[in-house]
Design a protein around this ligand. Sequence first.
Ligand SMILES: NC(=O)c1ccc[n+]([C@@H]2O[C@H](COP(=O)([O-])OP(=O)(O)OC[C@H]3O[C@@H](n4cnc5c(N)ncnc54)[C@H](OP(=O)(O)O)[C@@H]3O)[C@@H](O)[C@H]2O)c1
Length: 264
Amino acid sequence: MSVNSITIIGGGNLGKAIAEGLIASKFVKPNQITITRRNTTTLDYLKKQGVKISSDNKTAVKNASIVLLCVKPFQTKEIVKEISKSIDAKQIIVSVVSGVTIHDLETEIGKKTTIFRAMPNTAIAIKQSMTCISYKGASSAQIKTIEDLFNTLGKTITIDEKLMDASTILGACGTAFAMRYIRANIQAGIEIGFDASTARLIAAQTVKGAAQLLIENNSHPEAEIDKVTTPKGVTITGLNQMEHHGLSSSVIKGITEAYKKMNP
Ligand SMILES: NC(=O)c1ccc[n+]([C@@H]2O[C@H](COP(=O)([O-])OP(=O)(O)OC[C@H]3O[C@@H](n4cnc5c(N)ncnc54)[C@H](OP(=O)(O)O)[C@@H]3O)[C@@H](O)[C@H]2O)c1
C-alpha cells in the first residue's frame, strides 16, 4: 500500500525521535509528516525541516495513511476518544504506548480499524532501533508497510502481543540499561588515566563493536569472550571480579524486577 502521509500524535521524546528517523530514512518526505503536541515550541526544529506541526489532533489525523500514537499511557484513553470520530477504516493506527493493548484501543475507538502495537527505542532517531511489533486483523499489504517503515529505522521483529511488556523492558528500557554499563566504563576509564571525552569514545565504540560482533557472527557472547580470555590473563581477572560483585546477577535482577513492576 502507498503511504501518503504519517501523523504522529505526541511529539515528546519518542515522537520526535520517530520523526527524525523518518526524515533521515527518507521513508516519506518531511512535508508528509505531521506531529502534534499541546505546547509546540519544542517542535520548531522539525518545522524548519518541513514537518507540519499542530496541536489539533482531530484535523491532524484526517486523511493520514498511518497514525502513530506516541503519548503517555495515562493520556491515551482521552486522546483516542478525541480522534476516534476522525479515523476511518482505511487508516492504520500504530501505538507505541506501553501497557495499552490492541483490545483497549479497539474498545476506545469503537469502530473497525487496523491497529498495530510497536515497541521501538530512542535509537530510532538514528535509524538503529530494535522494534518489536504485533498486530491483529491486518492485511499482508498493511503488515509489509509497517515492517518497511520500522525496517528503515533499525531492525524489526514480529512478536506475540503477550510479549509486548517483556519487549518494553528488554528493548526500550534496555537503552537506559546499556547506557549505565557504558557510563560505568567511562568512570573506570577516567580512574585508569583517560580524560572523560576519550573514555566515552572508547567505551561507546567498544560496546557498539561487541554488539555488532554478536549480530554479524550470529554468535553467543560466551564464544566471543572465549576468544579474548588468555589463561591467567587480565580479561578473565576483570570478568571474574565483576561476577564476584554481581554483574550478571544485578542485570538479571534489574530486568526481572522492572518486568514485575509492569505486571504487578
Ligand atoms: N521513550 C522511550 O524510549 C519509549 C520507548 C518505547 C515506547 N515508549 C512509549 O512511548 C510513549 C511516549 O513516551 P515519551 O517518552 O515520548 O513521552 P513524552 O516525552 O512525555 O511524550 C509524550 C508527548 O505527548 C504530548 N501530549 C500530551 N497530551 C497531548 C495531547 N492531548 N495531544 C497531543 N500531544 C499530547 C506531550 O506534549 P504536550 O504536553 O506539549 O502536549 C508529550 O510531548 C509512552 O507511552 C511510552 O510508554 C517510549
